[in-house]
Design a protein around this ligand. Structure first.
Ligand code: SAM
Length: 247
């Protein structure tokens, strides 16, 4: 599991300081004490750090940490996008944007309403998708490149063991929002970053039997609002919501 990452407002070579909401959360909710360990981003680099001092309120909360060792930075977002294959040009655009947004893995799946010829050609397209992700990772100065899994039938993906909270973007869902489920996952993950799997349907949407399959496999159906988004728009919107919760 990826430890939660705190983004320092102030830092120097040896220390970093959190103020504002982050300091409040660490001080009051997590009751941070000197000696508590944390991962801190200071100046775009990630450090393993240790709390040195905690000040609550008066005039504002502040947590000072000693920077112990620089870490290899992992994917900014511990998110796997399970994307039903759809028109390749749009899908490739989504792969590039999802990479810029920090996705850790993209798992293309063949859904019931994936156009037949696209499903048949997807396996041969995966290498090109990996090149696109690599270019986008370099351009956005990521220190890692997202994994592009080999396309597989949706049912195989759903049967695979869960690697975290599994969320299906369901355009007909009206009560549960993506933000609510992400915040619940954060609560249960405590100091750690929750691992999330987000499934996005093809242009024709999920078939009824797929919705039932998601449900029996414990995927939470969530809404991105009342409008119907293109799959590539839904991918970006979902990553933006998750990033706004986690970062
Ligand atoms: N079947 C839809 C329709 O009624 O036209 C089209 C599916 S939409 C183009 C592709 C996928 O994007 C959906 O299967 C869903 O995963 C996601 N999506 C689009 N809009 C959404 C919304 N408002 N809430 C949640 N997911 C959405």
């Amino acid at each position: 599991m990826t430890r939660r990452r705190w983004i320092a407002e102030h830092w120097d070579e040896a220390t970093a300081t959190l103020t504002g909401d982050q300091a409040e959360h660490m001080a009051r909710v997590l009751r941070a004490q000197p000696g508590m360990e944390a991962d801190v981003v200071a100046g775009g680099r990630v450090f393993h750090a240790e709390v040195a001092a905690v000040q609550i309120g008066k005039p504002e909360s502040e947590v000072r940490l000693n920077l112990l060792a620089e870490l290899e930075s992992e994917p900014a977002l511990p998110v796997t996008l399970v994307m039903a294959v759809y028109k390749f040009d749009r899908m490739e655009w989504a792969i590039e944007k999802a990479t810029e947004l920090g996705v850790a893995e993209i798992a293309p799946v063949i859904a019931r309403r994936t156009e037949k010829h696209l499903g048949e050609a997807a396996g041969k397209r995966a290498e090109r998708w990996r090149r696109i992700a690599h270019e986008a990772a370099k351009q956005s100065r990521r220190s890692d490149v997202p994994i592009i899994a080999q396309p597989e039938p949706l049912a195989a993906r759903l049967r695979a063991t869960a690697t975290g909270t599994r969320i299906v973007l369901a355009e007909q869902e009206r009560t549960t929002s993506l933000r609510t489920v992400v915040q619940e996952a954060m609560e249960s993950a405590g100091e750690e970053m929750p691992a999330l799997e987000i499934a996005i349907g093809p242009e024709g949407g999920w078939a009824p039997n797929e919705e039932a399959l998601f449900d029996t496999n414990g995927w939470r159906a969530v809404s991105l609002g009342p409008r119907i988004l293109r799959a590539e728009t839904a991918a970006l919107a979902a990553l933006a919501v998750i990033a706004s919760c986690l970062e």
